[in-house]
Design a protein around this ligand. Structure first.
Ligand SMILES: *Cc1c(COP(=O)(O)O)cnc(C)c1O
Length: 371
């Protein structure tokens, strides 16, 4: 039995007639950059994320970059963030000449260990950029307290967390700017690169709308040096077909997660591997279902691969150890939990259309490996 890590074909085939129609409409309109498709999507996204504004852009990476630019982060500034994330979480900071100041993760959630943040705040700290890793929000209550106490804004890297909730609040609605990605493997994926930002601050929204078009409000008059980072009408049209299905896809991911928990527990594996930890009072959207396998993770991965079960490691190299960040002079053991996570975690298939038989096969093969 083949169990890919992600299978987009089932989802896309089911929506094919609607997607074809949406693409044709854009082709017929001959408007390809921004326009009505994008503004309509932005209105729907703002509603979905429970924010005043949503601003489309070219990728999740650009969303982070634009958010930092909107907060005037530049040369010499520091931004506190996690070393256990996708590269763009940190590269967005260094790209502006600012310095990422890493804080280790909590070993249960893999999100920022908020108890270690205050010690890193100083007069250079311009922002704190938590990541809602795998689809579960970072500890936003504590982060908001720290943000308020030191008057340092938060930027949510919510690229993996569209629709995630911490208490009653949605990802992207708990900070100055929320940053999202429509990379095809996210819960809501485009057919190419795309992303967006959310905010409740009118002035920041205006600035973000301008920064994505070269920093101009009026064509050929430039208030800031912005980016060319627009959302294509074609991607927006496709995303508008997909957005109404997002909640049912997320529910299917949550059902799959519950099913894995039951299967792993029944197989007596709950002690051998560590299942994802869900904080209380959250909506975890399971962009990834990541287990911790302290014993022979890489051999397990090869064994699953031989059995046609797709897995991945998010992430094999902690950001403080990336070659391009050697100049930051971090030592290997500066963030022991991040390092340990990079050696022990393994993402299993969790996509909405994954069926019960496939899940049983995955768990049976893991049981076979450890038997
Ligand atoms: C996917 C992702 C990004 C980047 O998004 P792109 O659209 O691929 O540029 C940033 N941060 C995290 C945590 C991500 O998972």
């Amino acid at each position: 039995m083949k169990v890919p890590l992600l299978d987009l074909k089932i989802q896309n085939d089911a929506l094919r007639p609607d997607i074809d129609r949406a693409i044709k409409k854009v082709l017929d309109s001959n408007g390809f950059i921004l326009g009505a498709e994008v503004s309509e999507l932005e209105a729907q996204l703002a509603r979905y994320c429970q924010t005043e504004y949503a601003i489309g852009c070219a990728s999740g990476t650009d969303a982070l970059l634009l958010a930092l630019m909107a907060l005037d982060v530049s040369v010499g500034d520091e931004v506190i963030t996690t070393p256990y994330s996708f590269f763009a979480t940190a590269s967005s900071i260094t790209r502006l000449g600012a310095t990422p100041v890493f804080v280790d993760i909590d070993p249960q959630t893999y999100n920022l260990d908020v108890s270690q943040i205050e010690a890193k705040i100083n007069e250079k700290t311009k922002a704190i950029q938590p990541v809602h890793l795998y689809g579960q929000c970072a500890a936003m209550d504590e982060l908001q307290k720290i943000s308020g106490k030191y008057n340092v804004p938060l930027i949510e890297d919510a690229a993996q967390a569209i629709g995630a909730e911490d208490g009653e609040r949605r990802a992207g609605a708990m900070s100055a700017v929320g940053c999202f990605s429509f990379y095809p493997s996210k819960n809501l994926g485009a057919m190419g690169d795309a992303g967006f930002m959310t905010t409740n601050d009118e002035a920041l929204a205006k600035k973000l709308f301008a920064l994505r078009v070269h920093g101009s409000f009026e064509r050929y008059y430039h208030k800031w040096v912005g980016l060319n980072s627009r959302l294509d009408a074609m991607q927006a049209a496709i995303l508008r077909v997909k957005l109404p299905h997002l909640d049912s896809w997320t529910q299917a991911r949550q059902r799959n997660a519950e099913n894995y928990r039951r299967l792993f527990t029944d197989a007596g594996l709950a002690e051998v591997i560590t299942l994802p930890f869900e904080r209380e009072n959250v909506r975890h959207i399971y962009n990834q279902f990541v287990i911790r396998a302290p014993n022979k993770r890489d051999e397990l991965r090869s064994f699953l691969n031989e059995n046609e079960i797709g897995t991945d490691i998010y992430y094999p190299v902690s950001l403080h150890l990336q070659e391009c960040f050697a100049y930051l002079n971090y030592g290997e053991n500066d963030f022991p939990e991040s390092l340990r996570a990079s050696r022990e975690t393994l993402a299993l298939p969790i996509y909405p259309e994954l069926n019960g038989e496939q899940q049983q096969f995955v768990v049976a093969k893991i049981a076979e490996f450890y038997s």
